[in-house]
Design a protein around this ligand. Sequence first.
Ligand SMILES: *[C@@H]1O[C@H](CO)[C@@H](O)[C@H](O)[C@H]1NC(C)=O
Ligand SMILES: *[C@@H]1O[C@H](CO)[C@@H](O)[C@H](O)[C@H]1NC(C)=O
Ligand SMILES: *[C@@H]1O[C@H](CO)[C@@H](O)[C@H](O)[C@H]1NC(C)=O
Length: 375
Amino acid sequence: MERASCLLLLLLPLVHVSATTPEPCELDDDDFRCVCNFSEPQPDWSEAFQCVAAVEVEIRGGGRSLEPLLKRVDANADPRQYADTVKALRVRRLTVGAAKVPAQLLVGALSVLAYSRLKELTLEDLEITDTMPPLPLEAKGLALSSLHLRNVSWAAGRSWLAELQQWLHPGLKALSIVQAHSLAFSCEQIRAFPDLTSLDLSDNAGLGERGLIAALCPHKFPALQNLALRNTGMETPTDVCAALAASGVQPHSLDLSHNSLRATANPSAPRCVWSSALNSLNLSFAGLEQVPRGLPAKLSVLDLSCNRLNRAPKRDELPKVDNLILDGNPFLVPGSALPQEGSPNSGMVPACARSTLSVGVSGTLVVLQGVRGFA
Ligand SMILES: *[C@@H]1O[C@H](CO)[C@@H](O)[C@H](O)[C@H]1NC(C)=O
Ligand SMILES: *[C@@H]1O[C@H](CO)[C@@H](O)[C@H](O)[C@H]1NC(C)=O
Ligand SMILES: *[C@@H]1O[C@H](CO)[C@@H](O)[C@H](O)[C@H]1NC(C)=O
């Protein structure tokens, strides 16, 4: 099992350091969740050994480069030799964060984990250096059901998703790429994601409708049902409709909340007909003073909560909708419609303004307003 702990740690070898430092790892009483934060200057990686029994494992590298570890990994080792040990691991959810990771180390870990029963992988605050080598013929891809990437930068530039994809089994169901450094993919290199039903591109404030077309490579997401585009710089629902049509994507549910939306499209913009597959549309926290034009004719759910509607929408302004959510609009909250000079949330119902704030504080939105840089 000693070997398994190494593997769990991205193939990190055991490095013993006289341990006077605080414990970097914590395993809960049920042996379910294990969290390691190696923020010490000379971390004792062997502490991660206690995570071998856990189902959920979270490892943070204190922002350091893992390059030195590469020297200790046998690049020619056949991952199949670890198969039995790795199969015995209970880990289903793994989070790796805060490190600079050579691509070679990442693919080493992915090829070994391919023998595990890992279902959900999260990579956060990582810088992946170098480009990823192709998957060797005899290797099998990691069969994840969901992959979450937040603030991961890739030396591979526009090819990063295509390179990463080779190391994954094609059955991926949920993918999120938030705070991305590049979403302008080279589409011709990407293979289709035949089973992908949920795609979350939220918190990419510089994306916009044009960036969305570049990110949604045509015909690569044939099974997509849920598309989340919170805080992605979208401007009007009509332009989003056009971008989806251009990409051939027909989601059942579309989340456009936390975008500063305009109600009327550019007059020169062509009319866009929404796919009839769309049945749930979230336009909350979008700063709307009126119901946008050109919404789908029929929806099960339309969320217009926390906007700036000063009067109840008229029936002919709305689609046919089963569940209309209007909470947190000024017309429902007497006295709240008076804009307060200089306040960033002027015209917003207090309950909604608080909620925006709490989102910011929890680390998603505010930080991200500044993150731009789409190629
Ligand atoms: C890890 O430890 C560092 C230093 O103690 C701390 O600043 C950071 O917030 C910790 N990270 C997590 C996820 O707990
Ligand atoms: C993103 O990740 C890098 C490390 O690659 C880190 O230095 C930076 O602080 C992270 N940014 C945010 C907004 O968390
Ligand atoms: C719409 O989005 C907001 C904010 O992202 C969220 O709080 C709300 O639950 C969503 N509404 C629906 C119906 O899912």
